[in-house]
Design a protein around this ligand. Structure first.
Ligand code: ATP
Ligand code: MG
Length: 394
């Protein structure tokens, strides 16, 4: 079967020194697994480049879209290749340009050649000149534009072959999934937490999620929204396990026994406690939240100190220093924004105090909690957790 060639380049994986073979192996597995939706795909590393061959009937854009979503992939180029010989390179380059003329009506180009194999007898600038001349001879409608070419045609001559390609389409970068432990994201239906999960996964961390609801005060549809968000995330990181906990019994206890203005911070502390116990049970190494310094009353510096004090496990807050507009842009980019803005209630908005404390004091909060049987409430919540397995959105 005829196949199209793609070059996949890693970003930081290339910097990993002694660990490089390990990172390369994992990245190859991840790319293979992502591309397994197309049958009969071949992929392997050759001299620092991953070469992927996909049946020619799969649209190029589709392959690029899937491959560039794999964490650890810096760029992807649809390419063609031939033996490292000037005649063959000229012919292959001209054929490549012919196809672009037919498809896109290209008029101008420039060749950028690189002799990676220093034993190749022709030097880089000369390769460029010769290939350019062959293209001009074959494709009469084209002219060379060294300043603003419509197509910048790369020719990389290596010992095992010459690669010809035009675009380097950017991937998300980062590190291959699974190279950096496993974390538990506290996942609301908002804009922030999905972005936080994405950012940690991009650094190679496997992700599980925990979601709190206050059914029947919050609806089934609100939970479905969170599942939809996880499903988008699963498109980047494979299926996600989500633990679902009803927080209502705890919220009712808090409302009954504690000062009204402390409700939110007290609820947040319970969320952290339950998440930590769940993480221990499921062998997650850290907690992740979408908190962002100063965004709301429960995310002032003082509130974060009080929230943090309740757990021993490290809490990652990848958005902590970002501006909301930048988080929103990121949510757009990764495809979670439109789901996040659907107007469904969150358990945090149930029993929302009129004037929440913005500068809570740990001592006061701990005092208020004395009215509650904290351990029993946490245990009951953890024991009642349900697990939902969320598959990638296709
Ligand atoms: P988000 O946009 O992620 O909902 P937010 O700006 O609404 O965040 P808060 O409601 O204060 O902020 O929540 C702060 C963080 O607490 C969230 O980013 C998330 O990690 C966690 N969180 C909030 N609500 C829930 C929930 N219902 N289930 C699980 N985690 C939650
Ligand atoms: Mg929220």
């Amino acid at each position: 079967m005829e196949k199209n060639l793609y070059i996949v380049r890693c970003g930081e994986v290339a910097l990993k020194g002694m660990n490089r073979p390990y990172f390369e192996r994992v990245l190859l597995e991840r790319v293979r697994s992502a591309l397994s939706v197309f049958n009969d795909v071949e992929s392997r590393w050759i001299g620092g480049l991953m070469l992927v061959r996909v049946p020619a009937d799969v649209p190029r854009e589709e392959v690029v879209r899937v491959a560039s979503k794999v964490f650890g992939v810096a760029t992807v180029s649809p390419a063609t290749c031939c033996v490292p010989d000037m005649d063959a390179i000229g012919k292959a380059a001209a054929a490549y340009m012919m196809e672009l003329i037919e498809k896109e009506g290209i008029k101008s180009f420039k060749v950028k050649a690189k002799r990676v194999d220093k034993t190749f007898p022709v030097q880089s600038p000369e390769i460029g000149r010769q290939v350019g001349a062959t293209i001009l001879k074959t494709c009469k409608v084209l002219h060379v534009d060294v300043h603003e070419p419509e197509v910048l045609l790369y020719v990389d001559v290596r010992s095992e072959g010459a690669y010809i390609y035009r675009d380097k389409i950017k991937g998300f970068g980062g590190l291959p999934l699974g190279t950096n432990g496993k974390g538990l994201i506290l996942m609301s239906g908002g804009i922030d937490s999905p972005v936080a999960a994405f950012m940690m996964a991009k650094r190679g961390m496997r992700i599980e999620a925990i979601h709190f609801h206050s059914y029947p005060y919050t609806s089934q549809r609100a939970q479905k929204k969170v599942e939809d968000l996880c499903s988008v995330l699963a498109g980047y990181m494979g299926s996600i396990k989500m633990y679902v906990v009803n927080l209502l019994p705890i919220q009712e206890e808090i409302v009954k026994n504690c000062p009204e203005d402390e409700t939110t911070i007290l609820v947040r502390r319970f969320m952290m406690r339950i998440a930590e116990q769940m993480a221990i049970k499921k062998h997650d190494m850290m907690l992740i939240t979408g908190e962002d310094l100063g965004q709301v009353a429960s995310q002032t510096a003082e509130a974060l100190v009080v929230t943090d004090a309740v757990v021993k496990m490290p809490v990652m807050r990848p958005l902590i220093a970002m501006d909301k507009v930048d988080i929103m842009d990121k949510a757009q980019e990764i495809g979670t924004y439109d789901i996040s803005i659907q107007p469904y209630e969150d358990c945090c908005t149930v029993f929302l105090p009129k004037h929440p404390v913005t500068k809570p004091k740990l001592k006061n909060i701990e005092k208020s909690e004395e009215a509650l049987d904290v351990d029993a409430l946490v245990k009951a919540a953890v024991d009642s957790a349900e697990t939902v397995l969320i598959e990638p959105k296709r």
